[in-house]
Write a protein that binds this ligand. Structure first.
Ligand code: GLU
Length: 302
């Protein structure tokens, strides 16, 4: 076992596994196997109002039917609140996180005045709440970057997509760490858990690529290591949109795991396996194929 490689698949149980999410699951599993590392499953159930009851267990069954089983104990983010609270407190103590009293409406009108794009938080509460009650907690991106001597533009290299960059301050603004409803934000939870689980390589769908720079800034603020990232191609539905739970991607048929795996393999540029190939054999063949084909779907780890 290569102790330098730990990968993970981190589904949100807001719906079942579907053809799109299986691509990320298969890619992360294969990448871990090819590097002789371990592969962990983490259930990202922080956004409780959006979680579907029982979806976590069904996802684990779906993965297992596809031969994808966690090498260590499965972790649930809903049990990790204490660790997230410690992380937030350390940022508050450094003066790098501040309470925000803005409602969605406040943010929208401030964006219009400042001609900010709708995606960018205009920094309204950075200098204080001005009498408003605290709602959410945000990261003061500029304070972190200045204190740590980080450039405004965060650059990183995706193992598949190559060099990437984002000016988090201008393109995103001070992002949320804890939401107004008290729930932990994805960015904080994912960064704390990737580090706590010793994740060396994050392999996930390209729809998440845009989050990476924020996560790198947060890792630096918390003194945590940055894993390597590889973002896999998205599976498009017939309407040309990415397949997602939101647009009604069908859940996988547990009776036909090879069919689902073959579709995922195809999306990753891997050969499809003949009908009736046992799932474990198909997985082993894909791992061998990947290990022998440097130019194939995945970039080799440096
Ligand atoms: N839980 C996220 C999702 O299902 C994935 C997070 C990640 O891989 O970083 O979209």
């Amino acid at each position: 076992m290569n102790v330098d490689y730990t990968g993970r698949f981190a589904p949100s149980p807001t719906g079942l596994l579907h053809a799109g999410s299986l691509v990320a699951a298969l890619a992360s599993w294969l990448d871990a196997r090819v590097h002789n590392g371990q592969w962990l499953v983490r259930i990202e159930d922080v956004d409780t109002p959006r979680c579907v009851q029982g979806a976590d267990q069904t996802i684990l069954r779906q993965l297992s039917a596809c031969g994808l089983r966690s090498d260590g104990a499965v972790q649930w983010q809903s049990h990790r609140g204490d660790a997230y609270a410690v992380a937030l407190q350390s940022l508050v103590d450094q003066g790098w996180a501040y309470p925000c009293g803005c409602s969605r409406k406040d943010i929208e009108s401030a964006q219009t005045v400042a001609r900010h794009s709708a995606a960018v938080y205009p920094g309204t509460c950075r200098e204080g709440l001005k009498g408003k009650p605290a709602r959410a907690w945000r990261l003061n991106v500029q304070a972190v970057q200045t204190a740590l001597g980080m450039p405004a533009i965060t650059s990183w290299t995706d193992r598949l997509l190559g060099p990437q960059q984002q000016n988090v301050r201008e393109e995103v603004g001070d992002f949320v760490l804890r939401r107004a409803d008290g729930l932990w934000a994805y960015q904080l939870a994912v960064v704390v858990d990737d580090a706590a689980q010793g994740i060396s390589d994050v392999v996930r769908g390209q729809d998440l690529v845009d989050n990476t720079a924020r996560q790198i800034v947060l890792q630096r603020a918390l003194g945590l290591p940055t894993p390597q990232y590889l973002h896999t191609p998205l599976v498009m539905g017939e309407n040309g949109e990415k397949l997602s739970k939101q647009n009604g991607a069908l859940a996988l048929d547990l009776q036909q795991p090879l069919l689902a795996l073959n579709a995922a393999a195809h999306a990753l540029g891997l050969p499809t396996m003949p009908e009736h190939t046992p799932v474990d054999q198909a997985l082993a063949r894909w791992a061998t194929f990947l290990a022998n084909n440097l130019g194939a779907a995945f970039a080799k780890k440096a």
